[in-house]
Design a protein around this ligand. Structure first.
Ligand SMILES: Cc1cc2nc3c(=O)[nH]c(=O)nc-3n(C[C@H](O)[C@H](O)[C@H](O)COP(=O)(O)OP(=O)(O)OC[C@H]3O[C@@H](n4cnc5c(N)ncnc54)[C@H](O)[C@@H]3O)c2cc1C
Length: 330
């Protein structure tokens, strides 16, 4: 059971830990070990981190060609590992890098790929043989498709960040760290990074927030979102959004929750003026406690809410903010 341990600028991405968590559950059923693939430059010292988070072995490819993510370089390196090791299953994060790398690799390996999975299981098939099942939203999220790849190997899936659970870190956990030296065919390196410009727009990551105050079309505009921000400020939370407000240009896509946005799992998710379309629910229904404020008592969001408030959010949110502020002052 292999996972691609995505790193950016030498920082292991959360999704790698989530994949390690899930891979451990699946590997236990299959009796496999969990192997993490770590590619980059000067990243050897990150391998122990992956061992402590659940990898039994880390294959490290530490080369200057892999300093920044480039499709061809990364594909060549992993392709050669696969040819040598023949893994049965490889998991990637459904991130911009994973969504680029996994299909290229699947094509070169002549294997299948299930993209953007939200659930992975190992279950016996009709003959009792253990089979790997990947589940993903299909037809605009209106149904969940469970896909099996019975013949080609390795079986490959990209997995949505924020869906799988990380394991507790086991400090000092022992694992094998193996260096791998690929032979690059540099004649195929067609892309060079000339300059990297960081986006200086500060975008906070909503997937790590413990409290999210989320707004939908019912919030109307940026002025409406200021009311949500005031509530988020007193509660120590962050503001997020439905796609409707991203499409309307009111919120940045980085704050979108749902099938084509981020998957979140905060302790508290407060949905304000969000109807509860299936594509939105796909990104937040695993939240610990859901509060919905909607003026339509039949809005589908109430079916997943632990607490529902029927009414005008533009009155309720400021009242709630004031009340919480007073309680906190006490
Ligand atoms: C392939 C695909 C992917 C998609 N991905 C996503 C995704 O990632 N995330 C996402 O969110 N959507 C996604 N969508 C869109 C989704 O189907 C819905 O259109 C969208 O979630 C609706 O956003 P909304 O709930 O804010 O707006 P609406 O559905 O218009 O709901 C607005 C709600 O606000 C309530 N309201 C209005 N005024 C007030 C008020 N004053 N006080 C209280 N309540 C009020 C209304 O009663 C209503 O329930 C996707 C769609 C497709 C087809």
């Amino acid at each position: 059971m292999y996972i691609f341990a995505e790193q950016r600028g030498g920082v292991i991405q959360n999704v790698a830990y989530e994949l390690l968590g899930k891979a451990n559950d699946l590997a236990a059923v299959l009796g496999h070990k969990v192997v993490a693939l770590l590619l980059g430059e000067n990243i050897k010292d990150k391998a122990q981190d992956l061992v402590e988070m659940g990898a039994d072995e880390v294959i490290v490819v530490d080369r200057p060609e892999l300093k920044d993510y480039l499709t061809e370089q990364y594909t060549q390196a992993i392709y050669q590992i696969v040819q040598e090791r023949h893994p049965q299953i490889i998991l990637f994060g459904a991130t911009t890098i994973g969504r680029d790398l996994a299909p290229r690799l699947a094509c070169q390996l002549n294997s299948g790929l299930v993209a953007d999975c939200t659930k992975l299981t190992i279950e016996p098939d009709k003959d009792g043989k253990l089979e790997f099942y990947s589940t993903r939203p299909a037809f605009g999220g209106n149904l969940m498709a469970t896909i099996v790849c019975p013949t080609s190997r390795p079986q490959m899936s990209t997995v949505r960040p924020g869906v799988m659970q990380k394991r507790q870190r086991e400090v000092g956990r022992k694992g094998v760290i193996t260096a791998f030296e690929p032979k690059f065919d540099t004649s195929k390196f067609k892309v060079r990074i000339i300059e990297t410009k960081m986006n200086d727009k500060k975008v906070a990551d909503i997937s790590n927030a413990k409290i999210l105050i989320s707004g939908g079309r019912g919030v109307h505009d940026a002025e409406g979102f200021k009311k949500l921000q005031a509530l988020a400020d007193v509660m120590g939370g962050m503001v997020s959004s439905s796609r409707a407000m991203v499409d309307a240009g009111v919120m940045d896509h980085a704050y979108q929750v749902g099938q084509t946005g981020k998957t979140v799992r905060p302790n508290l998710y407060m949905a304000c003026g969000i109807s509860g379309a299936i594509q939105h629910l796909a990104g937040m229904e695993e939240s610990d406690f859901i509060v919905a404020i909607n003026k339509d008592k039949y809005a589908p969001i109430f079916s997943v809410a632990d607490l529902g408030i029927v009414g005008d959010l533009h009155k309720i949110v400021p009242m709630l903010t004031e009340r919480i502020k007073k309680e906190l002052e006490k």
